[in-house]
Design a binder for this molecule. Structure first.
Ligand SMILES: Nc1ncnc2c1ncn2[C@@H]1O[C@H](COP(=O)(O)OP(=O)(O)OP(=O)(O)O)[C@@H](O)[C@H]1O
Length: 723
C-alpha cells in the first residue's frame, strides 16, 4: 500500500469544496490507499496521469470526480510516499501542475516548490533591468556563501539580478521556493550570513555548514522534513479527522521549530520555549501535552496551567479539539487550570477551607490598618511590594530570615532596624487577614507550595503556558507538583509580554532549563506590518530573559528574527481633540471593518487601559446601533457583537481587527501604577517596562488590522512609532 502525505495547499483546497465533492475526494483517497503501488499505476479508476507539459516529471494528476483532479507528487526513486499537492477543477489543476517543480532544499533538507515558468520569465526581465544598475542587492555575498545557505542554481541566478529588495519581493513565494526566499529576504534586510545560518538553518537541525559536505536527502526524507507544509496521513483514523473535523491548521501543520520541541522524544529535565506574540507557543504546549499523553503511562497525570480562568477554559477546548474523538479519553488525565485555582484547592483540601482571596483595593486598606500605629516612611504600595517581592518571593518565614536576606530586585537600602519594623507591620498584616479568613493570592500560593512540598508530587508532567507572569510562589507550587525527573516541566512564555510585577530566577527555584531552550520566530497571527509597528513600541526597552531575573547584567531577550509571512495595511494611529470625537471615529472604523471588509463583529475587539473607558465604548457602540459585549462577561463564541476589554484582559486572545483606544499620556504609563523613581529606582524601571509591555500585548492581539487612537495628549509610549 502506498503511503500518503497531504500538502497544506491540498488541505486548503479541500476545505473550500462543497460537502459532496469533499466526500468524493475522501472516497478517492480511500481507494488510493487500498491499492498497491503497481495497482495504483495500472488503475483505470484512479487514472494516474503524467502530464506532457509538466516541468517536474514526478508530478501526476488523478481523477477525483468527473470535473475535479488531484495533483500528486509521485516518487521516482522506488520509495512509496506520495504527496497530494492540490485538488481543483480539471483545467486549473492541470495548469497549476504544469508550471511547478519540486526540489529538496540543500540546507534545510525540506521540500520546496517553485513556479518554475514564472521564475524563468523573471530572470529574463530582471537581467535586462539590472544591466545599468551600479550595484546589485547581494553582491557582497559570494556564490559559496549563498549555496551554503541552501540557494540553488536557478535562485542564485535570480539573486544575482536583483537590484533592490523590491525586486526580490516580486518573486515572493509561491513563486520562489519558500526556504530560499526567506534566506534572501534576511540577507537583503542586512542580516549577516552567520545570523541567517543560526536562525534559519541551524535552528532546523542542520549541523553541516558547507553545502558540498552535506549528505543528499531523499524525497521521502524531504517530505518528512517539511512538517510545516506537509503531513503524512499515518492511519485511516488520521485521514478521517483531517477530512471530517473542523479543520484548523495548527492541529496538523507545525513549523519544524515547533515540532522539534512539541514532539521531542524526551527532555532530561525542564524544557522551555520562548518567542514573540503569535509565534505559536500555546500551540506547542498543546501538542506537547498530546505527545506526553500518547507516549506516557496510563496513570500519568498532566497539569496544564495558564493565567486566567477564561484562558484555561479556552485551552481545554483547544486540547479537546487537538485530541479529537480518537484520543478524547486521554483528556481525563489532564487538569487544565490556573496556578491560583490549583493553590486554593490544595489549601482547601489540606485545611478543610481556603481563605477568601483579597482584591487589590482591600489589600491597600489592609496595609493601611497594619501600618496605622507606626510612623513609617513607606507607602502602602512599598509595603505591599516588599511583602510580595521579597518575603513571599523568597518564602521567608522568620524575622531572622528577613534580616539576613538579599532583597533582590529592590532598589532601596533597608537597614536592620528598619527591617525589624517592617517585619512587625507585615506580621500584623498577615494576622489581620487571617482573622478575617482572607489572604492575597500570592499568600495562598505560598501556603499551597508548603503543603505540596510536604505531601509530595501529584503529577507526572507540568506544562505551563504564559510562564512570564508567574510569581516565585506560583513557581514553587508548580515545582512541588512534579518530582524532578525527565520531562517534568515544559514551559512556554514571552518576556516581552510580562505585564505583572514578578521577578523570578528559575534556577533558584529548582527549574533548570539550561541546554533545553528554544525560541520561535515565525508569527502566525499578525501581518508583518502589525508586527513591525508593535515591536517598535518596545524599542530601547531592556527586556530580560524568561526566568533569569537574577542575571542583573546580560541576559537580555530580543525579538531578533521575529517575522510574519502575512501582509496587510500599516496600523493607523490617530489623535482627536475630545473623547467624544475619538469614539465617533471608533464607530466609523468598526463600520468600515464590518461593512466594507466583511469582518464579523465578534472578530473585532476594542481595548482600553481601564474599565471606565471600556464601559463608555460599549455604551457608545450600542447607542449607535452596533452590538458590543464586555470580554469580562465571558461571551461565548455564539454571541454576536464587538468584544470590548481592558488591555490586561486581552492577554492570550486574538481578533481579526483591534482598536486600541484612549492611548493618552494620563493612562499610559499610569502614574499610580509606576513606583516613583525616588521611592525605588529599580522597581520604577520595572513598572515602566510593564506599562510598555501592556500596550505591546494589546496591539499584538490583532491579526489583520490595528487602529490606535487617543484624545488630548498622546501617550509618550507611542513616540517610537509617531510620524
Ligand atoms: N503551525 C501553525 N500553523 C498555523 N497556525 C498556527 C501555527 N501555530 C500557531 N498558529 C496560529 O497562530 C496564532 C497564535 O498562536 P498561539 O496563540 O499559540 O501563539 P502564542 O505564541 O502563544 O501567542 P501569544 O504569546 O501572543 O499569546 C493562533 O491563531 C494559532 O492557531
Amino acid at each position: 500500500m502506498p503511503r500518503l502525505a497531504l500538502s497544506d495547499d491540498f488541505v486548503a483546497d479541500l476545505i473550500s469544496l462543497q460537502r459532496p465533492v469533499q466526500k468524493e475526494v475522501g472516497d478517492a483517497i480511500q481507494m488510493f490507499r487500498s491499492l498497491t503501488v503497481p495497482q495504483l499505476h495500472a488503475s483505470k479508476g484512479m487514472h494516474l496521469e503524467k502530464l506532457e507539459r509538466s516541468r517536474d516529471p514526478r508530478i501526476r494528476t488523478i481523477r477525483v470526480t468527473r470535473s475535479y483532479r488531484g495533483v500528486l507528487l509521485a516518487p521516482d526513486d522506488g520509495s512509496d510516499l506520495f504527496t497530494l499537492l492540490r485538488v481543483a477543477p480539471h483545467d486549473e489543476a492541470i495548469n497549476w501542475a504544469c508550471k511547478r517543480a519540486y526540489s529538496v532544499n540543500g540546507a534545510t533538507g525540506g521540500l520546496e516548490v517553485r513556479n518554475v515558468e514564472a521564475l524563468e520569465q523573471m530572470e529574463t526581465y530582471f537581467e535586462t533591468k539590472a544591466v545599468a544598475a551600479p550595484a546589485r542587492l547581494f553582491e557582497q555575498h559570494s556564490d559559496t556563501v549563498l549555496r551554503d545557505l541552501g540557494i540553488d542554481d536557478q535562485v542564485l541566478r535570480l539573486a544575482r539580478v536583483c537590484v533592490t529588495a523590491d525586486d526580490l519581493a516580486v518573486m515572493a513565494p509561491p513563486m520562489m521556493p519558500a526556504d530560499q526566499y526567506e534566506v534572501l529576504e534576511y540577507l537583503s534586510a542586512g542580516c549577516s550570513a552567520e545570523d541567517v545560518w543560526e536562525q534559519l538553518i541551524a535552528s532546523r537541525g542542520q549541523t553541516v555548514r558547507t553545502a558540498e559536505d552535506r549528505p543528499s536527502v531523499s524525497l521521502t526524507e524531504a517530505i518528512l522534513n517539511t512538517s510545516d507544509r506537509i503531513v503524512e496521513v499515518s492511519g485511516p483514523g488520521e485521514l478521517e479527522r483531517i477530512l471530517t473535523e473542523d479543520f484548523t491548521r495548527w492541529r496538523v501543520f507545525l513549523h519544524p521549530a515547533q515540532r522539534r520541541y512539541a514532539y521531542h522524544p524526551g527532555f532530561n529535565g525542564p524544557a522551555q520555549v520562548t518567542g514573540g506574540p503569535g509565534t505559536g507557543k500555546t500551540v506547542v504546549a498543546l501538542h506537547r501535552v498530546r505527545h506526553l499523553l500518547r507516549t506516557g503511562r496510563k496513570d500519568d497525570r498532566i497539569l496544564l496551567t495558564t493565567f486566567t480562568n477564561a484562558m484555561a477554559a479556552a485551552l481545554r477546548d483547544s486540547l479537546a479539539l487537538l485530541l479529537g474523538e480518537a484520543d478524547a479519553h486521554l483528556l481525563e488525565r489532564v487538569e487544565v487550570t490556573t496556578v491560583d485555582s490549583l493553590a486554593a484547592r490544595v489549601v482547601r483540601e489540606a485545611r478543610g477551607s481556603a481563605p477568601r482571596p483579597l482584591s487589590a483595593a482591600s489589600e491597600k486598606g489592609a496595609w493601611t490598618r497594619a501600618a496605622a500605629r507606626e510612623d513609617l516612611p513607606w507607602s502602602e504600595q512599598f509595603l505591599a511590594q516588599e511583602f510580595r517581592n521579597v518575603v513571599l518571593a523568597q518564602g521567608l518565614r522568620t524575622p531572622e530570615d528577613y534580616l539576613r536576606c538579599v532583597r533582590r530586585g529592590r532598589g532601596t537600602q533597608v537597614g536592620r532596624v528598619q527591617r525589624a519594623r517592617l517585619w512587625r507591620v507585615m506580621e500584623r498584616f498577615t494576622t489581620d487577614l487571617a482573622s478575617r479568613d482572607s489572604a492575597t493570592y500570592t499568600q495562598l500560593c505560598d501556603q499551597a507550595a508548603r503543603i505540596l512540598a510536604d505531601s509530595g508530587p501529584r503529577y507526572r508532567h507540568v506544562v505551563v503556558d504564559e510562564a512570564q507572569d508567574l510569581h516565585p510562589a506560583q513557581w514553587r507550587v508548580l515545582r512541588a507538583c512534579v518530582a524532578p525527573q525527565a520531562d517534568d516541566m515544559f514551559l512556554v512564555g514571552d518576556p516581552h509580554q510580562r505585564i505583572y510585577d514578578s521577578r523570578v530566577s528559575l534556577r533558584s527555584l529548582g527549574v533548570h532549563v539550561r541546554g533545553r531552550t528554544s525560541r520561535l520566530r515565525l508569527n502566525y497571527r499578525s501581518t508583518e506590518e502589525i508586527l513591525r509597528w508593535s515591536s517598535a513600541l518596545l524599542d530601547g526597552q531592556q527586556v530580560g530573559r524568561l526566568g533569569e531575573d537574577d542575571d542583573d547584567d546580560g541576559g537580555r531577550d530580543s525579538l531578533r528574527g521575529y517575522r510574519s509571512e502575512l501582509h496587510g495595511r500599516v496600523p493607523a494611529a490617530r489623535g482627536h481633540t475630545t473623547q467624544d470625537k475619538e469614539l465617533s471615529a471608533l464607530v466609523e472604523q468598526i463600520r468600515t471593518w464590518s461593512e466594507q471588509d466583511g469582518v464579523k463583529l465578534s472578530e473585532i475587539a476594542v481595548c482600553a487601559r481601564f474599565n471606565t473607558l471600556v464601559d463608555a465604548v460599549i455604551a457608545r457602540l450600542r447607542r449607535e446601533g452596533t452590538a458590543a459585549v464586555a470580554v469580562k462577561d465571558d461571551p461565548g463564541p455564539g454571541t454576536s457583537g464587538v468584544r470590548v476589554a481592558t488591555m490586561h484582559a486581552m492577554k492570550g486572545l486574538e481578533f481579526r481587527c483591534v482598536a486600541v483606544v484612549g492611548v493618552t499620556s494620563a493612562v499610559l504609563p499610569f502614574a499610580p501604577q509606576v513606583t516613583p523613581a525616588e521611592v525605588d529606582p529599580v522597581q520604577h524601571q520595572q513598572d515602566l517596562l510593564a506599562e510598555h509591555c501592556l500596550l505591546f500585548v494589546a496591539c499584538t492581539r490583532a491579526r489583520d488590522a490595528l487602529a490606535i487612537s487617543w484624545s488630548g495628549q498622546r501617550s509618550p509610549m507611542l513616540d517610537p512609532v509617531a510620524d
